[in-house]
Write a protein that binds this ligand. Structure first.
Ligand code: LMR
Length: 396
């Protein structure tokens, strides 16, 4: 089984972190994996999370298995966070949620569901998209195609091209949309554009699968639902994969969810019974701790308010770094126009740096950026900005 096995290629994102860790340069900078750093370069545990953990340790009285779909109170809070407490999808019980090990775990379960129950359905991914989307769905046996998204000329959204390519998607296929803070580009449609996308999907009978991993990092917890809520007005069926790695800082706790929106309660229950089968053979039931944290924070008025404040701090710091980055590049005399980075949202931006420039930054300056030129703005700090911009100037 092992003798002739070849070494596998490194993961384009997590593999870089492994190389970064092995780099002995004390001034190394990691702008690859999407992990938030504060101004001192640390990835903090949020205070709201710490307090929730204290309460959990105090009150937890069992380590028995969770249900296959996780903790019911967590699933309720997740739905409220996605749609808003008063949304009719919740009052009509049209949604069913399963707690999953991270957004990745949720996506994989969707892949297994598609492959086994709708083997002919194709999944349409934005070009570009998160590198792991292709891998997860290919592993599940789902065929993936691309729809147009970014305009390389403006480093913005090419909405007309996106719209035209969605028009070609056949009925019964699934389209993956990033709920906000598109990964890797940081470019999102406007609410008006979301509304048009929703109309088109409804007309064509294409089901949206919304990857919602950055709620709160663009404009705010409520505001960042705007696109997804436009879709709920237009389509009757939808799937949402949530992740709380970024907005709760729960990266290593693998805290996510899969929410199915069906036409009615009975349909949602049937779909969830099929989801449960796929959960059982993948990981049986989800890990508990991260879900308990999210449920505890969202169930307590004061903790929730503290969390909203902490998410705002994260968002504001990232936006400050966007401005400082563009300003510092200008001050260093870089002529290439990076100003679109200011308009982009969330952790990531497409820098426009070429593969060769990215390689030089890593090899000569110990600056780590994903090969596509995606930069994690949340890894920039006031202290590493000069060195970063000088190195970029040198390679371009
Ligand atoms: C990223 O895109 O860097 C994050 O979502 C982390 C990951 O798992 O790739």
């Amino acid at each position: 089984m092992f003798k002739n096995v070849q070494t596998a290629p490194a993961d384009p994102i997590l593999g870089l972190t492994e190389t970064f860790k092995a780099d002995s340069n004390p001034d190394k900078i990691n702008l690859s994996v999407g992990v938030y750093k504060d101004a001192t370069g640390q990835t903090p545990v949020l205070e709201s999370v710490k307090e929730a953990e204290r309460r959990i340790v105090e009150q937890e009285d069992s380590k028995g298995y969770l249900p296959m779909t996780g903790e019911p109170i967590y699933c309720t809070r997740v739905q409220e966070l996605i749609f808003g407490e008063d949304h009719e999808i919740i009052s009509e019980k049209r949604a069913a949620t399963a707690q999953c090990p991270g957004g990745t775990g949720a996506l994989r379960v969707v892949g297994d569901y598609m492959h086994t129950l709708h083997p002919d359905a194709v999944l349409w991914l934005s070009d570009p998209t998160w590198a792991n989307h292709n891998t997860i769905f290919a592993a599940a046996g789902v065929k993936c195609e691309k729809y147009q998204y970014r305009d390389p000329k403006t480093n913005g959204l090419d909405f007309d091209a996106m719209y035209e390519s969605i028009k070609k998607i056949p009925q019964g296929d699934v389209i993956l949309l990033h709920g906000c803070c598109h990964n890797p580009t940081g470019i999102d449609p406007t609410p008006e554009q979301w509304s048009k996308i929703g109309d088109l999907l409804a007309k064509q009978g294409v089901v949206p699968l919304v990857d919602f991993a950055y709620q709160g990092l663009a404009d705010g917890i409520e505001d960042d639902r705007a696109g997804l809520l436009e879709l709920t007005k237009k389509v009757k069926q939808m799937v949402v994969c949530s992740s709380f790695s970024k907005n709760f800082g729960l990266y290593r706790e693998r805290t996510g969810a899969l929410t199915v929106v069906a036409e009615n309660q009975e349909q949602a229950a049937r779909v969830m019974s099929q989801v449960k089968l796929r959960i059982r053979y993948n990981y049986s039931n989800p890990p508990s701790h991260g879900g308990q944290i999210v449920a505890t924070v969202l169930s307590d008025k004061e903790l929730r308010a503290k969390w909203v404040e902490e998410v705002a701090e994260i968002r504001d710091r990232i936006n400050e770094m966007r401005h400082l980055f563009v300003k510092t590049l200008k001050e260093k005399g870089v002529e290439q126009d990076f100003s679109s980075i200011i308009e982009q949202r969330g952790m990531f931006s497409f820098s426009g740096l070429t593969k060769e420039q990215v390689d030089r930054l890593r090899e000569e300056y110990s600056i780590y950026i994903v090969g596509s030129g995606r930069i994690n703005v949340a890894g920039m700090t006031p202290d590493n900005m000069d060195r970063l911009c000088e190195a970029i100037k040198a390679v371009i």
